[in-house]
Design a protein around this ligand. Structure first.
Ligand code: BTN
Length: 320
């Protein structure tokens, strides 16, 4: 009912739609309409009017409510089950919990704020209220655990594409999955998986995008390395449009990945990366070293060439 009423009110935003039009178009009683208006107002919509003039939508909230996001989705699977929370510890933690209790493939979890947002390598992820996209997708991919790094690279390409489409901003990907704008990080991706008997039960792809985050929201240490789309562009970006575009791009890329066409995704990743050809400092689980990033292996590992001519394959770790 909420979506139908909103879509009718949106046809003529800021104009009153008379009661009889609302009743006829929605096939609802006036009581049902007024009750829905009340619930929308509680969600944060500004709707003026009453039983004499009808209703007029004068302001939509800048929130990732289902009523804002679902009408924008053009996907078949991803996001069709949408779990939205004003506050959560970590969307990845909730996603893993839901996945363990049977949540369907493609379930999307998004929150306005995270109180315990997690980054890679055990770091915290700043997730201030309503300033970014803090989301996790539950996937049940037909991929063996060894091929899961492909998911993260695929997600990075999807986010980079979506930022290009919605914000018209070129970005670079830093191996394995940081998205940079103006040389600073605007997005991080944390993929986690549950594996049993050598098979992937599920994967959770957690994506954090600093959309309209202000510098003051970052810690002093982060300020040097992190930025937001708003800061780079000098104007805010619609979070709901970016969320819907990200999920849309991801669905088409995942279909490509499952159709055994990772090569094309890898090629796009290579076109978008800022890591290849650079001298990089690698922090790998086995220790740190310096070398030149020369290639991405078919499974997504970074190939680093050292001064002595040897090549090291880095499957997990970070480029500093
Ligand atoms: C990184 O270290 O670069 C990865 C950051 C991933 C952050 C996102 S925000 C949504 C999801 N929930 C989390 O707790 N983390 C990921």
């Amino acid at each position: 009912m909420k979506v139908a009423l909103l879509s009718l009110l949106s046809e003529q935003e800021k104009e009153f739609i008379p009661p009889w039009v609302l009743r006829e178009r929605l096939h609802l009683t006036w009581e049902e309409i007024s009750e829905t208006v009340l619930r929308l107002r509680l969600d944060g919509y500004t709707i003026e009017g009453g039983h004499e003039k009808g209703y007029c939508l004068s302001r939509r909230p800048d929130l990732l409510l289902p009523t804002e996001v679902l009408p924008l989705l053009r996907t078949e699977t991803l996001g069709r089950n949408y779990v939205y929370l004003p506050t959560v510890g970590s969307t990845n933690d909730l996603a893993k919990q839901l996945a363990r209790t049977g949540a369907v493939n493609g379930t999307l979890i998004a929150a306005e704020a995270q109180t315990g947002g997690r980054g890679r390598l055990g770091r915290a992820w700043a997730s201030p209220r309503s300033s970014g996209i803090w989301m996790s997708l539950i996937l049940r991919p037909e991929l063996p655990p060894t091929e899961l790094p492909k998911l993260t690279l695929t997600a990075a390409v999807g986010v980079a594409r979506a930022i290009g489409i919605v914000a018209d901003l070129p970005t670079g990907i830093k191996w394995p999955n940081d998205i940079l704008a103006d040389g600073k990080k605007v997005c991080g991706i944390l993929t986690e998986a549950a594996v049993s008997d050598g098979k992937t039960d599920f994967a959770v792809v957690g994506i954090g995008i600093n959309v309209n985050t202000e510098q003051a929201d970052f810690t002093a240490e982060l300020r040097e390395k992190a930025t937001s789309l708003k800061e780079v562009l000098g104007r805010p970006v619609s979070r709901s449009l970016l969320l819907a575009a990200t999920v849309g791009e991801l669905e088409s890329l995942l279909n490509q990945l499952y159709a055994d066409n990772f090569a094309a995704i890898r090629a796009e990743w290579c076109r978008r990366t800022v890591s290849l050809g650079q001298v990089v400092q690698v922090a790998a689980p086995t220790g740190g070293f310096t070398g030149r990033a020369v290639a991405i292996a078919p499974d997504g590992a970074l190939i680093v060439s050292r001064e002595d001519g040897s090549e090291i394959r880095v499957a997990a770790g970070e480029v500093l």
